[in-house]
Design a protein around this ligand. Structure first.
Ligand SMILES: Nc1nc2c(c(=O)[nH]1)N[C@H]1C(S)=C(S)[C@@H](COP(=O)(O)OP(=O)(O)OC[C@H]3O[C@@H](n4cnc5c(N)ncnc54)[C@H](O)[C@@H]3O)O[C@H]1N2
Ligand code: MOO
Length: 421
């Protein structure tokens, strides 16, 4: 079916205006309890508080002898202090020897320090080093201070104190810290359930033989992997022709059978004769022009509880639109902060033109050969930034984001770079 599409020029929204509409619609999903072993990449819904003190008890930081400071504070190689050893304390020992003046306990790193010990002397500061446990300890170097090499109960964190804040993404370092405070289950936001739909009668599977007019389909792999990387659960990935009925069926399935939180489509949103996304959804979500390049035609709205993103079909447009609108929404659904990628100002070693009045997203390659002066250059072989460029994305690590009012970037300029990893 053919729908006439208005070609009357319309005011473009700024990227920020469109982002504000998206973030107003993207409220955090409900929380669920997840064991820490399965929580990598999830986002904390609540602050996590330590269940136990860290360290949990006074313990030794060195392999050596637990002793009373006064017994060894004057020890030298010429006048060593000799102590009788009354206990052997490996890590995990629950023994509590009564340490009196003149006595020592052989102790290993991590073992509980006897209550009356006031210092640990490492084996390196004894005459004989590691010995049978009950051989005398002959201390030849005085400790620097009372308490040396004893890690005190709760000195890093007290039970009840916050280990990690709500909104934190759980990576390996966060999960180990949580485990170390005696917690095995965390409250995290539900993963956004996402359906990806590529539209275009010209699309064939990437490995297929291609008839004239057909091209390999590439947007769905980009969208599915970017959604997964942003913490989403991609529940379906489909490619459809530009026929309204086929697209309608997929959207209905996603919304009603798949119970998705987000639908991301590519293609079919501009001004042509076969704009399937626009034809089917024009009355249900908003189709706008955004002052960005690539990525000008955009669609966004809510149907029931799901956010619907209609991204333009050009591969570089899909990629930039994802960064500008979809990724921040996926993060907001998970309650994450900040929503934007890290930005850094770097020198570009090549220049390019930028369309006046549109914020430009140029895929760039990072040159990290000088660690103190990273630089960038456009990833596309010819240095251009066209929306149709696809193969050049293989070299891209980042986007240079050029403000709308800038019309040319010159070699040597500082540019704002959005890092992708
Ligand atoms: N008369 C006008 N024409 C166009 C306008 C306009 O304002 N007036 N806008 C242009 C801009 S800017 C863009 S961006 C594109 C966006 O168009 P659509 O979203 O409708 O995308 P399609 O036409 O379906 O596809 C564009 C391009 O990308 C290729 N494509 C699409 N899907 C895939 C996929 N899954 N994998 C690989 N490649 C894909 C498609 O074959 C086209 O070459 O419209 C301009 N036109
Ligand atoms: O806005 Mo389009 O995405 O430039 O080609």
């Amino acid at each position: 079916m053919h729908h006439a599409t208005s070609l009357a020029p319309r005011a473009m929204l700024t990227v920020e205006e469109q982002q504000a509409k998206v973030s107003a619609a993207a409220r955090p999903l409900r929380a669920e309890a997840v064991p820490i072993a399965l929580a990598a990449g999830r986002t904390l819904a609540d602050d996590v508080r330590a269940r136990v003190d860290v360290p949990l008890f006074d313990n030794s930081a060195m392999d050596g002898y637990a002793v009373i400071f006064a017994d060894v504070e004057a020890a030298t190689a010429e006048h060593p202090a000799e102590l009788r050893v009354i206990a052997d304390l490996p890590a995990g020992s629950s023994e509590e020897p009564e340490l009196r003046p003149g006595l020592a306990a052989r102790i290993m790193t991590g073992a509980p320090v006897p209550r009356t010990a006031t210092v640990v002397v490492p084996f390196e500061h004894t005459r004989d080093g590691l010995q049978a446990w009950d051989a005398p300890a002959i201390v030849t170097t005085a400790p620097a201070r009372e308490g040396a090499h004893i890690r005190r109960r709760g000195e890093e964190l007290r039970a009840g104190a916050v280990v990690a804040r709500a909104g934190t993404v759980l990576g390996p370092l966060q999960l180990t810290a949580i485990a170390a405070t005696g917690i095995d289950t965390v409250q995290v936001r539900r993963r956004p359930r996402v359906a990806v739909i590529s539209t275009g009668t010209e699309l064939a599977a990437a490995g297929a033989d291609l008839a004239r007019g057909q091209i390999p389909e590439s947007n769905s792999v980009l969208l599915a992997s970017m959604c997964a990387e942003a913490g989403a659960d991609v529940i379906s990935v489909d490619t459809v022709t530009d026929e309204d009925a086929a697209f309608t069926a997929l959207v209905d399935r996603a919304l009603h059978c798949g119970r998705v939180d987000v639908v991301v489509t590519s293609g079919g949103v501009s001004a042509g004769a076969h704009e399937v996304v626009k034809n089917v959804l024009r009355d249900r979500i908003e189709f706008v022009a955004v002052a960005m390049q690539p990525g000008r035609p955009q669609a966004f709205g809510r149907i029931d509880d799901a956010l619907i993103f209609g991204l333009p079909g050009n591969p570089a447009s899909v990629a930039a639109s994802f960064e500008a609108f979809v990724r921040p929404a996926l993060l907001a659904l998970q309650g994450r902060e900040p929503l934007q990628r890290p930005m850094i100002r770097l020198t570009t070693t090549a220049g390019w033109r930028s369309p006046a009045g549109r914020q430009q997203y140029v895929p760039v390659a990072l040159d990290r050969s000088d660690p103190a002066a990273w630089a960038v250059h456009p990833a596309a072989a010819d240095g251009s930034s066209g929306a149709h460029l696809a193969a050049g994305l293989a070299r891209a690590d980042a986007y240079a984001v050029v403000p709308a009012e800038v019309s040319a970037v010159a070699a040597g300029d500082l540019v704002d770079v959005m890092l992708l990893s």
